[in-house]
Ligand binder design. Structure first.
Ligand SMILES: Nc1ncnc2c1ncn2[C@@H]1O[C@H](COP(=O)(O)OP(=O)(O)OP(=O)(O)O)[C@@H](O)[C@H]1O
Ligand SMILES: [Mg+2]
Ligand SMILES: [Zn+2]
Length: 370
């Protein structure tokens, strides 16, 4: 059997299955139940938190012959037909690859045609911020007077890129990042259905790594399922997430302490050529400094950090080698580089600079000047 990724297999099919967006699903259900449906919606928010899923559910719900409190019944003839991908009445357009004025003109031509066998034709335009200016203008005309059988749902992760003229014509819904608690619960439900066993703690680690995105959380879970034969444990999760590179972080900090410039730079070179993502590594360095600080200053460090025993022992030893001020400085140096890392053409050079800055205690700018 072909392996179907969890996030595809478990795409929510009705509003009740959508997590973390109750403020939106409830409002939409009410509109449908009361038959007060708008003709242009804007769904905004971060990646993988339900914009496309909710748009598809909404497209089915408005057409369902027998909606249940505004949710699609899933059983009527229309629901069954619309459950298939590629029904001609639900048109999904990726604005990233169809961003020209001609693409929008084509939509304008087609909206005139009546839906086939349903009440509404629903256009879902994804990544709508990618449209060119002239395409936006063309879209505006359609949004001003859409035929009564058409509903537009525009979706974007970058709402600040949309012109005010578009914003003012849409009913806007802001999707939220999903909490660790809700993500953990979803993982537990899905793994129960898949009959895969797990430690609760392991699921929480996965949920934290997903950073509020349901899709990312499920993709991480996918890798871990593939990696673990049998039960999903905290140790497996840490291995897959790459968070076990404690030895590397400890080595780096040892060289920092010894002010061993030569070896530190070769370590950087080694990390770079091993294909490790430098941005992730720098983030880990900042976290490592924080962890050492916590070990130095908190009695409950073990519970807070939740690290494997072996790593904890090594880090306790290392923590004694640094004073608090130094560690705070490191957190600032590595943590403060996040933005610069996003734009730099040479992450390795930046990591070298950061390393020297941390080692010499000079400010970043001073090192660059020298
Ligand atoms: N709120 C949610 N509740 C349950 N599952 C979700 C939710 N959001 C996302 N998912 C899961 O993640 C997958 C992707 O979600 P979806 O396509 O709706 O995200 P999106 O917000 O449109 O993301 P993008 O901005 O990348 O287009 C879904 O198939 C589903 O498995
Ligand atoms: Mg989407
Ligand atoms: Zn139905």
């Amino acid at each position: 059997m072909e392996h179907l990724s969890l996030y595809r297999k478990y795409r929510p099919k009705n509003f009740e299955e959508v997590i973390g967006q109750e403020h939106i699903t409830r409002a939409l259900q009410n509109q449908i139940a009361q038959d007060k449906i708008g003709h242009a919606y804007l769904f905004t928010g971060s990646r993988g938190i339900g914009k496309t899923s909710v748009a598809r559910i909404f497209a089915r719900a408005v057409n369902c012959l027998n909606n249940q409190n505004g949710s699609p019944c899933g059983e009527c003839e229309v629901c069954k037909r619309l459950a298939e991908q590629n029904d001609i009445n639900i048109i999904e357009i990726d604005a990233a690859s169809n961003n020209k004025v001609d693409d929008v003109r084509e939509i304008r031509e087609k909206v005139k045609f009546l839906p086939v066998g349903t009440k509404y034709k629903v256009y879902i335009i994804d990544e709508v911020h990618m449209l060119t200016d002239s395409a936006f203008n063309a879209l505006l005309k359609t949004l001003e007077e859409p035929p009564s059988h058409v509903i537009f749902i525009l979706a974007t992760t970058e709402v600040h890129k949309l012109p005010a003229t578009i914003l003012s014509r849409c009913i806007r819904f802001d999707f939220r990042l999903v909490s660790v608690g809700q993500l953990t619960q979803l993982l537990a439900d899905i793994l129960d259905k898949e009959e895969i066993s797990y430690d609760e703690e392991a699921l929480k680690l996965i949920a934290v790594a997903g950073e509020g995105s349901v899709r990312d959380t499920l993709s991480i879970a996918d890798c871990i399922v593939a990696y673990s034969s049998g039960k999903i444990t905290k140790e497996n999760v840490m291995k897959v997430l790459g968070t076990t590179d404690y030895d590397l972080l400890i080595k780096y900090f040892d060289l920092l302490k010894d002010k061993n410039i030569g070896e530190l730079l070769s370590l950087v070179q080694e990390i770079d050529s091993s294909g490790k993502n430098i941005s992730v590594f720098v983030k880990d360095l900042s976290k490592h400094a924080r962890n050492l600080l916590i070990i130095k200053s908190c009695k409950e460090a073990e519970e807070i950090l939740n690290l494997p025993q072996e790593a904890m022992e090594k880090m306790k030893n290392q923590a004694q080698e640094f004073d608090e001020k130094q560690l705070i400085k490191y957190m600032q140096i590595y943590g403060g580089a996040e933005n610069e890392l996003r734009w730099t053409l040479s992450p390795r050079l930046l990591l070298e600079t950061l390393s020297l800055t941390a080692m010499t205690g000079l400010e970043n700018d001073e090192v660059k000047k020298n």
